[in-house]
Write a protein that binds this ligand. Structure first.
Ligand SMILES: C[S@@+](CC[C@H](N)C(=O)[O-])C[C@H]1O[C@@H](n2cnc3c(N)ncnc32)[C@H](O)[C@@H]1O
Length: 281
């Protein structure tokens, strides 16, 4: 998306947000939208007019879901230079004084971990509290020589950080094809050589029984509750789960699920009511 093209942007209001924004995003990708921004009320989504089927609105399955309310406002944009748009919206993020997440159009600055991420429409630039806290955990984790699963990899930012910190065998998985492609692009940009990227969900984990020292999963409450047992099955004895994507009020449920699988909460972080938690097994 480097050239100027006419676009439409749809500003979606979604209620409730928690857990449903990902579903909306996945459905919009299916019908042809190709770039997204999170908004406090929902999502702004971009599409080239020629890509959007006439019946897209009536086809959205999320509209039939019980208790979900969705509406939109459409704006026509004559020409967008996408590079310029990203430059406006995406400032580099500093995670403490050792890690900086930037796009390749931002100038390099001396830092221990310089992560280059082209976000396009995948989630994971470090701007979100959950990504930020996962990066904080990775900064203090013992990763040298370890094996790591990054589940729901988005831009691949967590796997990239884990390799830079010494992990030697990494699998990154996302349910979304675009994120798979974007993670591959970003692993190359960062010169990572140990990360394999896949499209898939929890079912793919049967390939890797008792394999990983670390499982990273920043997804959402419902997917985590469903898939924690699968994550635990892929952990080696003595391994750890780093989980995020849920709120403080959901921590007891997540902890209960991990404890039932033999885990213990070792440490948690909280920012704006979002939680990241480390469970050891
Ligand atoms: C909140 S983003 C996290 C991205 C990145 N790991 C980070 O920390 O910023 C969650 C990602 O999980 C993916 N996802 C959603 N459901 C999933 C599932 N069941 N299995 C694997 N990935 C999933 C989404 O497509 C999205 O890219």
């Amino acid at each position: 998306m480097t050239t100027s093209q006419p676009y439409w942007v749809f500003h979606f209001d979604l209620e409730p947000l928690d857990g449903f924004r990902d579903i909306l995003l996945a459905e919009l990708v299916e019908v042809g939208f190709d770039s997204f921004e999170e908004t406090p009320a929902g999502l702004s989504a971009y599409v080239q007019p020629k890509e959007l089927p006439e019946n897209w609105w009536s086809e959205l399955r999320i509209r039939q879901m019980e208790g979900v309310s969705l509406s939109y406002r459409k704006e026509e944009l004559p020409d967008i230079n996408w590079n310029a748009e990203w430059e406006k919206q995406f400032d580099p993020i500093e995670v403490g004084d050792r890690c900086r997440v930037r796009a390749d159009f931002h100038p390099y600055k001396e830092v221990e971990y310089d992560l280059i991420i082209s976000p396009k429409m995948s989630f994971g630039t470090g701007h979100h509290q959950t990504t930020y806290m996962m990066l904080e955990f990775l900064l203090e984790a013992e990763l040298e020589g370890s094996s790591v699963l990054d589940m729901g990899c988005g831009t691949g930012v967590l796997a990239i950080m884990a390799e830079k910190r010494g992990a030697v065998q990494l699998q990154a998985v996302d349910i979304d094809a675009w994120s798979e492609e974007n993670s591959r692009e970003n692993t190359e940009k960062n010169g990572c050589e140990n990360i394999e990227v896949h499209q898939g969900d929890g079912q793919i984990l049967h390939r890797w029984p008792a394999q990983f020292n670390w499982v990273l999963a920043n997804i959402n409450r419902n997917i985590l509750l469903q898939d924690i047992p699968l994550y635990v099955d892929t952990l080696q004895e003595g391994g750890a789960l780093l989980l995020s994507g849920f709120y403080t009020e959901d921590l007891p449920l997540i902890s209960e699920k991990c404890e039932a699988a033999g885990g213990r909460l070792e440490k948690k972080r909280v920012r704006d009511n979002w939680v990241a938690a480390k469970y050891v097994f």
